[in-house]
Design a protein around this ligand. Structure first.
Ligand SMILES: [Zn+2]
Length: 204
């Protein structure tokens, strides 16, 4: 009796055990819970620096995500981040702003006609200008009602993975409003995954 019972149990559980280990999302349980608490079209709550618990997450450096391809949780996270960014009328949004301390953000290619929203996973700034510019009227979804000028690199060279796991290298150099500052958006979002906010780098 015992053996067959065990065998049945194993038959039932094995695909589940193997299935979950093969499809491991690389997000921890708390992250998965947050990501799957809503459907793909549901917004996240945007964390605010005004809230003490939120600011701990916003100030915490994020970690890389190992599995990009065939990661359902990642797809769900990215879809919900896009919906959230659009709802907030933002041009960029980073993982920590929705409670996920991962090296993931979206940035709008504001200098291009289509203004495509680009996914950046595990991004790096691989080189940057020595000179800094003072970018006018920076703003942040996590810092409501405050605008300020921020110190930024005049140009950056970057690498990241897109949502399909394609490795991309690019150089960004614009830093002027109204529509030539993809460079600044990338730097702003990159700061987020390092726990840095624009109010840390104000200039006149
Ligand atoms: Zn921000």
């Amino acid at each position: 009796m015992r053996f067959p019972k065990f065998k049945i149990l194993l038959t039932v559980l094995l695909p589940f055990i193997l299935g979950t280990s093969c499809a491991t999302s690389n997000f921890n349980a708390a992250e998965r819970q947050l990501i799957t608490a809503g459907q793909k079209m549901d917004t996240f709550r945007v964390l605010s620096i005004a809230d003490k618990q939120d600011s701990i997450i916003l100030r915490k450096p994020s970690k890389d995500l190992k599995q990009i391809k065939d990661n359902k949780d990642l797809a769900q996270l990215l879809a919900r981040m896009k919906v959230t960014m659009d709802a907030e009328e933002g041009i960029g949004i980073a993982g920590p702003q929705v409670g996920i301390n991962r090296n993931i953000f979206l940035f709008t290619r504001i200098d291009e006609p289509q203004q495509k929203v680009q996914v950046a996973i595990n991004p790096r700034i691989t080189a940057h200008s020595d000179s800094l510019v003072c970018f006018e009227r920076d703003g942040c979804l996590s810092i409501p009602d405050i605008r300020g000028n921020s110190k930024r690199y005049a140009w950056i060279e970057v690498s990241y993975y897109d949502e399909n796991g394609i490795f991309i290298k690019e150089r960004f150099s614009g830093h002027k409003r109204p529509d030539n500052f993809t460079n600044i958006i990338f730097q702003h979002e990159y700061d987020h995954i390092n726990g840095v906010l624009f109010i840390d780098k104000l200039c006149d």
